[in-house]
Design a protein around this ligand. Structure first.
Ligand SMILES: C[S@@+](CC[C@H](N)C(=O)[O-])C[C@H]1O[C@@H](n2cnc3c(N)ncnc32)[C@H](O)[C@@H]1O
Length: 292
């Protein structure tokens, strides 16, 4: 199998669509200032959140800045916008390589693609936005130090979604003790990444946000729940599951506490469960809407 990060982000869309906490989303809609609004999304990947917000009719008129450090993602985002906009019956105008306008009778969104480390972007950032979005991103950063810097990007709202919160479950059980050990070591690997990260970032955000002077307007779970329907996974979720196991392999292969042969056999059996349409995967996560 070929592992491509942009493909993983594409395959994650339907999983995130289900997972996003709809109470938090309703609160976002209720608190959004009148449009046009200025939005900054950090760790934006290939731009799936912008596509979703247009598709779900949350934004109609906006300046939308997407920041991501990975050139492959930003290049993909700048090309892919033409595809999803066309599928949605919208028109696209390019304003150079790193800008686009997506519009129809009821939408007009001006997009800027920024390839940058988020902290470099913050250093040189211009006007604070009306809304900051960080989706599947905060649990990768050093906390709590990153939070005040990120929140300086908005003078109003922040929608902070899909923050991992300490629970991973694979079903059916292969070997209860081994399953538990692998899940525990995977969480530990998130906590010890040199670039930062917290395997319980969801629950910890309550106190970090309070300390950063932000008010939580709404919060709730946004768990990924991936399961087969009649033996088949919807959309591209089979690829998503294979990529999740690829993360496990990359993080834990060679771990001194894991017997190599047993871990390889575990991975092989989990992959076979995907192919047979048996694997169920649950990751507990949390969403927040905050006012700064
Ligand atoms: C898990 S992905 C989520 C992407 C996107 N939000 C989504 O859910 O489709 C995390 C993203 O953060 C980006 N990223 C990680 N560290 C970053 C940093 N310091 N500055 C900017 N982007 C970063 C990665 O390149 C990646 O695209």
């Amino acid at each position: 199998m070929e592992y491509s990060f942009p493909h993983y982000l594409l395959s994650k869309q339907s999983v995130d669509d289900r997972a996003l906490n709809k109470d938090v989303l309703h609160a976002l809609k209720a608190h959004l200032p009148s449009q046009p609004i200025h939005i900054v999304e950090v760790g934006a990947g290939i731009g799936t959140m912008l596509r979703r917000l247009v598709r779900w009719d949350v934004i109609r008129q906006a300046e939308y800045v997407m920041v991501d450090e990975m050139a492959e993602n930003v290049e993909y985002a700048a090309e892919w916008v033409k595809v999803w906009a066309a599928e949605a019956g919208m028109r696209v105008e390019r304003g150079g390589e790193m800008q686009a306008r997506v519009f129809d009778e009821s939408h007009d969104v001006h997009i800027r693609f920024e390839r940058a480390d988020v902290f470099d972007f913050i250093q040189k950032h211009e006007q604070p936005a009306d809304l900051l979005i960080a989706h599947a991103f905060l649990d990768l950063l050093p906390m709590p130090g990153s939070l005040p810097k990120l929140l300086s990007l908005t003078n109003g709202l922040a929608w902070l979604t899909v923050n991992f919160d300490g629970v991973t479950t694979f079903e059916p059980t292969i070997d209860a003790a081994l399953d538990e050990q692998i899940e525990r070591l995977y969480h530990e690997s998130m906590d010890t990444r040199p670039t930062g990260g917290d395997s319980q970032s969801g629950r910890h955000l309550f106190k970090h946000l309070q300390n950063a002077g932000a008010q939580v307007l709404e919060a709730g779970a946004s768990d990924w729940v991936v399961f087969p329907r009649g033996g088949n996974y919807p959309e591209d979720e089979k690829y998503f599951l294979h990529f999740i196991l690829h993360f496990f392999e990359g993080s834990l292969m060679g771990h001194p506490e894991l017997e190599l042969d047993r871990f390889k056999a575990w991975l092989a059996e989990r992959r076979a469960q995907i192919e047979r349409g048996e694997l169920i995967y649950i990751a507990h996560q949390m969403d927040f809407l905050v006012r700064t």
